[in-house]
Design a protein. Structure first.
Length: 401
């Protein structure tokens, strides 16, 4: 049992043998709450995430944050020597994360059936583009394809514009959240109910499709195929991003029916509160464009500061549209410590985002950021596995590590 105030996942060992975003993100979240995470990368090249996105001094900034708290080792899984070392690591581990295509895992003897026979208590998380059990299982898949196939791109963007893809790892991030929860459920099943390990099969399409299930529900039951409506959401009118007189933007949401009535009062249209055509949330859907125009016209006549002051007094659900600079400067997030500075030996002090979940008795933490390729080879292979210096030298010479 973990000590009170200690890391909740202390004693859990995770092997992160995945690349890019979804799989490694799962290991990152587990590592933030105390799991020992060993990041396994191909010798010489490493995870492509190392050079993805913005670089500073040739080092990927996203890599640094994503690989927080991980020990970094190199290992060539394509040969027998590398596979033997990998199995030795798995002997001492609770969870392994992979995202190779099924055919590659089978070729290396690292498919789930082989792993389960050798390590019956191991939880195997396989994150892939399409998942197992269908004709696309062995195709290479990335988040962009999932954002297209899930229906997300189809409903995102302006009505007269093209389908819109997000400029960040959306599908990977959503899949990682689902997969992290699944890992914890599998561990609970194993450790509390006395079961063995199991396979967790998560693809990049289904978690995102689950978030926009309203589209498939509307088609399945009503024959409707929702299209792009920009920022509008008729069921939550008014709902949009509105431009202020000083060229800035704010967003308004009326997900709660009472919020819409507050908006009407705030924009000096109290008569609409008593009009069922506007006050009733179902009837208001037919007037969503008109309501949107009324709010846009009112906001356009005021600066961001003026409009937000009125909305805050009226308890309207509104917020400014931030860029990165404004996000980091927000007084509320600063008070919560959302973006701490972490000292890094390569790049100096780095501002990164703290663990998202705030746990009162066993909080997550960032001990260090992503390390150099193979930085922990000696500690893991020499310390954990007990290999001597001569064996390590031989493994380096043959390219196994």
């Amino acid at each position: 049992m973990a000590e009170a105030g200690g890391a909740p996942l202390a004693g859990l060992r995770v092997i992160d043998a995945a690349t890019l975003a979804a799989g490694p993100m799962v290991a990152t979240m587990l590592g933030e709450f105390g799991a020992e995470v060993i990041k396994v990368e191909q010798p010489g090249v490493g995870d492509p995430l190392r050079t993805w996105g913005e670089l500073k001094d040739g080092i990927g900034l996203f890599w640094k944050s994503m690989s927080r708290n991980k020990q970094c080792v190199t290992l060539d899984l394509r040969g027998a020597d590398g596979q033997e070392l990998f199995h030795r690591l798995l002997d001492l581990s609770d969870v392994v994360v992979v995202n190779n295509r099924p055919s590659a895992l089978a070729e290396w003897g690292l498919d789930y059936e082989s792993l389960h026979r050798a390590h019956p208590r191991l939880v195997v998380l396989h994150v892939s583009g399409y998942g197992a059990g269908g004709p696309k299982s062995d195709r290479p898949g990335f988040g962009t394809l999932a954002e297209a196939m899930s229906g997300f791109a189809q409903v995102t963007g302006q009505p007269d514009g093209p389908p819109t893809l997000p400029p960040f790892f959306l599908a990977d991030g959503v899949a990682a959240q689902s997969a992290t929860a699944a890992v914890m459920m599998a561990l609970y099943h194993r450790d509390v109910h006395g079961a063995g390990g199991q396979l967790i099969d998560v693809n990049l399409i289904e978690p995102l499709a689950r978030l926009i299930e309203t589209s498939t529900l509307a088609y399945s039951h009503l024959g409707k195929i929702p299209g792009r409506v920009g920022n509008l959401l008729p069921a939550s009118a008014p709902r949009n991003a509105y431009r202020t007189s000083d060229g800035k933007w704010l967003a308004v949401s009326s997900a709660s029916p009472n919020i819409a009535l507050r908006v009407f009062r705030a924009i000096d249209r109290p008569e609409l509160v008593a009009d069922p055509e506007y006050a009733d949330p179902v009837k208001r859907q037919a007037r969503a464009l008109e309501v949107d125009w009324l709010v846009a016209d009112w906001v356009a006549g005021r600066t961001l500061e003026e409009a937000m002051a009125v909305f805050e007094r009226a308890e309207v659900a509104a917020a400014p549209v931030y860029d990165a600079r404004q996000l980091l400067a927000d007084e509320h997030l600063r008070a919560r410590g959302t973006f701490p500075q972490v000292e890094d030996p390569d790049l100096g002090p780095m501002t990164v985002q703290a663990p998202v979940a705030r746990m009162s008795e066993s909080p997550g933490r960032v001990d260090h950021l992503g390390r150099a390729l193979g930085a922990d080879n000696d500690a893991v292979y020499g310390g954990l596995l007990g290999l001597d210096a001569e064996r390590l030298t031989g493994l380096r010479a043959t390219g196994v590590i």
